[in-house]
Design a protein around this ligand. Sequence first.
Ligand code: ATP
Ligand code: MG
Length: 299
Amino acid sequence: MQYDRLLDVNDLTIKYNIEGNPVSVVDGVSFFINTGEIVALVGESGCGKTQVALSLAGLLNKTAHVKHQVSNDIKTAMIFQDPLNALNPVMKVGKQILEGIRNKDEVRSKKKEVISLLEQVGIDEPEKRYNQYPHEFSGGMRQRALIAMALAQKPDLLIADEPTTALDVTIQAQIIVLLRELNEKHGLSILFISHDLSLVKSFAHRTMVMYAGKLVESASTKTLFNTPKHPYTKSLLQVASLAKENDSFITINGSVPDPRYYPSGCPFHPRCDVAEEVCSNTFPKLISDQGHNWNCILE
Ligand SMILES: Nc1ncnc2c1ncn2[C@@H]1O[C@H](COP(=O)(O)OP(=O)(O)OP(=O)(O)O)[C@@H](O)[C@H]1O
Ligand SMILES: [Mg+2]
């Protein structure tokens, strides 16, 4: 399939002042997203996925020092893990979605449009639902309402940060079906952040892997899962499949370091079984092979 480029991010770096010292939590991350693509961003907890997402959505904390070049001026909307916290408990759901439209100075700030959005995200009896409060919605319905709120802003890119983590598996599947439908029918581009690799495998067109503030590998989802190149990606996939086989919680040996102590060289080298001397002092150059990109000297 031939895609148009929607977004180019070049050398995104996010720093915070921690105890008087500048600390990078995201370091030199470059990637692109094409129109109509679902791109997943994966990596262990604390790798910087949400920081990347928040910076694209313009929602980073004011204390963040951001250096990047985003070459495209696009509209983004973001949905989060916890739909209840993202909704105002004392405002009717329909009204909240309406605000989303108004905030963007859209003229057609009509109730009808909100009702049709509620319908589009699979909320039954949208007229009745319009006048209800968030507590009258189930968890899955709240996430649908938030997706409607995001769509009200007519985004070029929907950023979904673990949108189904707080939901049970059946509801999770329904939300994924909805997101896929929005992608397929309306060409909605999606940046999808998740810890659920089997979900990523079935949902995303392309997958990017982050470790300790750096992007270490990206490829079409099929290529990445079939022929991972970076030892970190290999470990991630291995523990995910072991965990599934044994129906238990298995992790990669060791843990993601604190950003204050990110190792020099390849940040994964202290946990890497095949690391060599050079890995501790040089971050490997990007290797590209037909849309498959990785930073490791060993392949
Ligand atoms: N305001 C802040 N000040 C200092 N450090 C921060 C701030 N916000 C986030 N961080 C740090 O940035 C790093 C990356 O955090 P981020 O939330 O992006 O991780 P993540 O990959 O989304 O993790 P998870 O999978 O748990 O959601 C973490 O070490 C976090 O502590
Ligand atoms: Mg996160």
